[in-house]
Structures are given as structure tokens and as C-alpha cells.
Design a protein around this ligand. Structure first.
Ligand code: COA
Length: 298
């Protein structure tokens, strides 16, 4: 099985990579490949480095994508997506990433953070042999919730409600809750709306599974992005934030669980989140897989 390497060629490749990722899904994320929503969230994110996309590497066999080496946010990171019949490509993919996906730090040093599935012994051995060192703080864990059936009631303090962006997609309110919820002080800058629009621009983005908790004064104070993956039928949580003035009131939980509930109505039996925070554990999410981060200065 010989595959040929090419680089990312343009916007149509985003959908081609999505189609490839759909085919890779394994329950519990055993293989460590990205779920399709991880990719779509990455390339529609406001901070994604769009200018470097042609550095992403794509391997094809007979016109079909069989592997891809991708960065998530910016150069300096490499995530390897590989069809199970093409795992022999991984050494070449790591070499490609060192050449094309390396970043440069503030001291001018070239580096690469390579993400390797915790069970991928051959690639872990190769990374060690090539002098990568573990950078566990940057690991990417994946946690899973087996969606309860019957679904428990969504609990909220009096006067608060959950709704989706299909009910009200007020981008200023969205911008404010995400700005404050991710611990940026004060009010959001005026120019933030374009980034929020971009985050809604993906072909599979859904307003009706993106949930906000609304305070009695009408402000959005908690936000939970839920992605329903319709091919393999699961929910994926990203991003989540609660305004610091409204934390520990159960509002974040209410937003996430309302989104999960909506995914369950469409057929999801599990939901995933890329985190092991106590916040998610308190809802019943448990770690099922981990992408270990391995760092090398080149
Ligand atoms: C994580 C976050 C979304 C939680 O939102 P929240 O609305 O305060 O969460 P809830 O009130 O629903 O918390 C439910 C439970 O989660 C756990 N929890 C929440 N925040 C916690 C914290 N900082 N430390 C420990 N446990 C926490 C607790 O068990 C809590 O129940 P309790 O208050 O009865 O003890 C919020 O702290 C936040 O926006 N943080 C910054 C952005 C972020 O980290 N987002 C998640 C990215 S993966």
C-alpha cells in the first residue's frame, strides 16, 4: 500500500479531511485519531493560523486520503491521523512534521510538539529514539460520558434558563460570555465579533446544539458548544465557559447537559470532551484515552 504525500491545497480539503476523519472513528478514541468536530473546531477557531494551512500534510492512495499530519492552532504542533492499514507511514509523518510543522519560540528556537497515542508503542519508541522528551502538561486527554437513560432533569437556580443559539444568536452576548468566561478581564474589545462569526462558519456547525445559560437580566453567562457527529452518532463538547461572576452555581453543568441531551435526542449514546477537569468528572465524564505530548527542539 503505497501512499503519496501532498500538501493541503485549499478550502475543499477541509471537507475531504472531515470525510476521512469520519471513517476513522473508534469507540473510546482507542486509536487517538481526531474526531471530525475537533478538526472543524480547530480550523474555524478565531486564533487558528489560517496562513500556514498549506503546511498540513496529506497522504493519498488511489485518490483517497489515508493519513494526515495536521496542526491544531499554529505551527509547532503535530497531530497524526492515520487509517489503520497505513500505520507504516508514521515515521515518514513524523519526519514531515519536523520539517513542515515546526514552530519557532521567542528565543528563536525551532521546536515541535508531537502528539502520540498512549498505546502507540512503535511511535513512542521512535519519538524517544529521536530525542523527544515528554511534556505531560500539554497532553491531550479524552474523557467520555455514557449518556444516562433516562436523562436526568437539568437543574438551574431560579430565574435562569438554558436555550440555544438557534433561539437567539446575539453575537455580542456570545462574545462577552466567551471573553469573560475564558478569564479575560473586563468587557470584550470591539473587534471580537468577526472571530465569533468565524467560529460559526464551519459546514457542520449547529446553532441548535450550542447552548447558553441566560441570567435573569438577559445576559449569556455560561456557554457550552456541543457538536453532534451524525456519522458515528456521538456528542463532542467544545468550548465551555462560565462568566467568573456566575461560577459554582451549576450553570456550566446545565449548559453542557442540555447540549448532551439534545445530542442524545438525535441518537448519541456517548459524549466526549478533551479534558479531565473535575467539572466534567462531576457530570460523569471519565478519561478513556490520552494523546501524549512529546517535545523536541530541532
Ligand atoms: C470550568 C467552568 C466552565 C465551570 O463552570 P461553572 O458554571 O462554575 O461550573 P458548575 O457550577 O456547573 O460546577 C459543577 C461542579 O463542577 C466542579 N467544579 C467546577 N469548577 C470547579 C473548580 N474550579 N474546581 C474544582 N471543581 C470544580 C464542582 O464539582 C462543581 O460542583 P460544586 O460547585 O457543587 O462543588 C468554569 O470554571 C470556567 O469557565 N473556567 C474557565 C474556562 C474553562 O476552563 N473551560 C473549560 C475548558 S475544558
Amino acid at each position: 500500500m503505497t501512499a503519496t504525500l501532498r500538501s493541503w491545497t485549499g478550502l475543499s480539503d477541509n471537507e475531504a479531511i472531515s470525510a476521512f476523519l469520519y471513517t476513522l472513528y473508534q469507540p473510546d478514541n482507542r486509536d487517538g485519531n481526531w474526531f471530525q468536530p475537533i478538526w472543524e473546531y480547530a480550523y474555524t477557531h478565531a486564533w487558528h493560523d489560517d496562513a500556514a494551512m498549506a503546511r498540513n500534510g496529506v497522504w493519498e492512495d488511489g485518490g483517497r486520503i489515508v493519513a494526515a499530519a495536521l496542526y491544531e492552532s499554529c505551527l509547532g504542533e503535530a497531530f497524526f491521523q492515520v487509517h489503520p492499514d497505513y500505520t507504516h507511514l508514521k515515521p515518514a509523518m513524523l519526519a514531515y512534521a519536523e520539517e513542515q510543522l515546526a514552530g519557532t519560540d521567542k528565543q528563536g528556537r525551532r521546536y515541535l510538539r508531537a502528539y502520540v497515542n498512549q498505546w502507540d508503542t512503535p511511535l513512542l519508541d521512535l519519538a524517544r529514539a529521536r530525542d523527544y522528551v515528554r511534556d505531560a502538561d500539554e497532553d491531550r486527554p479524552m474523557s467520555q460520558l455514557v449518556i444516562p437513560d433516562p436523562f436526568p432533569p437539568i437543574r438551574l437556580p431560579q430565574g435562569y434558563r438554558v436555550q440555544s443559539l438557534a433561539d437567539d444568536n446575539d453575537l455580542r452576548k456570545v462574545d462577552r460570555v466567551l471573553h469573560r468566561g475564558f478569564n479575560h478581564p473586563g468587557e470584550p474589545p470591539e473587534d471580537g465579533l468577526a472571530g465569533r462569526k468565524k467560529m460559526q462558519s464551519g459546514p457542520h456547525y449547529r446553532l441548535d446544539t450550542t447552548i447558553v445559560t441566560v441570567a435573569p437580566d438577559g445576559q449569556f453567562v455560561s456557554f457550552a458548544g456541543l457538536w453532534y457527529e451524525p456519522v458515528n452518532r456521538f456528542g463532542y463538547v467544545e468550548p465551555v465557559a462560565t462568566d467568573p461572576d456566575y461560577r459554582r452555581m451549576g450553570l456550566g453543568t446545565a449548559a453542557v447537559m442540555e447540549g448532551v441531551r439534545r445530542c442524545a435526542l438525535e441518537g448519541a449514546t456517548v459524549a466526549y470532551v478533551g479534558s479531565t477537569k473535575l467539572f466534567y468528572q462531576s457530570m460523569g465524564f471519565r478519561e478513556v484515552a490520552r494523546q501524549e505530548c512529546w517535545l523536541k527542539y530541532l
